[in-house]
Unconditional design. Structure first.
Length: 337
């Protein structure tokens, strides 16, 4: 059956198709003959009407409908010329079969407002991946704490004093904001580091009476980062058999490709499979059909659900079709409806 698939993402003209997992998903959907529609978050809008007589006995009936300005898109696996956009149309979002919500962080209020609209479209019968409520509830940094058996010691706080005490306890920490991506504003700090105060102030913002304006996370530093920050992808709770280890550049402690890390594809080990099994039931229960777990050494550090990446790198190295497997899982969901 031909499906109509919308993808909400950052500007398509700015992506790097060699690394972009959203592009891999578009290619996989297009190979199935599905119609592709391109949207950005600002294209969505809501109109609501109480109907005649305030919806008591009148006609027409009350309505709340989410619509969007969307463009048909064709994608080509060619970095020099990789997409074609058709004429824009305005239509109800629920006229599509499926929407892939792939907007990158920052996870700000505009992102949340977008999930509110997607909630209404979902209530009208649209399959949204990942589930908009889960996108709001499962912060990529904090959600890992639902699985303390998998995580290194961590602290989430706005308190400068608690951060200092945690540093004194563990001696070597990684500090990060709760809404970032790509390694931005991630700091390693060791006991006695003369930059400790400025790092804490940078993450917490203005500190008054010991409390910062923002919340951040501290995790015990894991020296195993030298062997790579492993991205484990899950499709409807099932792990892809290979992970992408992102090995920090010389002089770096961040395993992010955007920060210059080197990528190496590896088979999943026993520990990665165990962590995936611990997390999978919670993902399924929340409607998170595509996720990326970050594992350093034996420890889960993040659960990425907004726009997990690394499909393209693994596929190139191992001949897999991860996005195709995801489309199979989504079609099974649609068929079950």
């Amino acid at each position: 059956m031909k499906r109509a698939v919308g993808i909400i993402m950052d500007p398509i003209g700015s992506i790097n198709i060699k690394k972009d997992s959203s592009f891999a998903m578009m290619l996989a959907a297009q190979r199935r003959g599905w119609a592709l529609w391109y949207l950005q978050p600002g294209d969505l809008f809501l109109r609501s009407s109480p109907g005649a007589d305030g919806g008591l006995d009148g006609d027409p009936a009350p309505t709340s409908e989410v619509s969007a300005r969307m463009q048909p898109v064709t994608v080509i696996d060619n970095s020099a010329d990789y997409y074609r956009l058709g004429a824009a149309e305005t239509r109800p979002l629920a006229s599509l079969d499926l929407v892939l919500m792939r907007k990158d962080p920052p996870f700000d209020m505009e992102y949340i407002y977008c999930t509110y609209l997607l909630d209404l479209a979902r209530a009208a019968g649209l399959l949204v991946v990942n589930d908009p409520q889960a996108l709001r509830d499962a912060n990529e940094k904090v959600f890992a704490a639902h699985f303390p058996q998998c995580c290194p010691p961590l602290l989430v706080t706005r308190s400068a004093a608690l951060l200092r005490a945690f540093l004194a306890e563990h001696g070597d920490l990684v500090l990060k904001p709760l809404d970032g991506m790509g390694g931005r504003s991630i700091f390693r700090v060791r006991a006695g580091d003369p930059n400790t105060s400025v790092i804490i102030e940078t993450l917490l913002g203005e500190v008054r009476d010991g409390q910062g304006a923002r919340t951040c996370m501290a995790q015990r530093y894991l020296p195993e980062i030298a062997d790579g920050d492993k991205r484990v992808l899950l499709i409807d709770g099932e792990p892809v058999p290979y992970c992408l280890a992102r090995i920090p550049a010389v002089g770096e402690s961040r395993g992010n490709l955007a920060a210059g890390a080197r990528a190496e594809v590896r088979p999943l080990g026993e520990r990665e499979r165990w962590i995936a099994a611990q997390v999978a039931p919670a993902l399924r229960a929340r409607g998170i059909l595509f996720a990326g777990l970050d594992v350093i050494g034996d420890w889960l550090t993040e659960v990425n659900i907004t726009s997990p990446t690394c499909i393209r790198e693994i596929d190139r190295d191992r001949g897999t079709d991860i996005a195709g497997d995801l489309m199979d899982a989504l079609e099974a969901r649609l068929d079950a409806r």
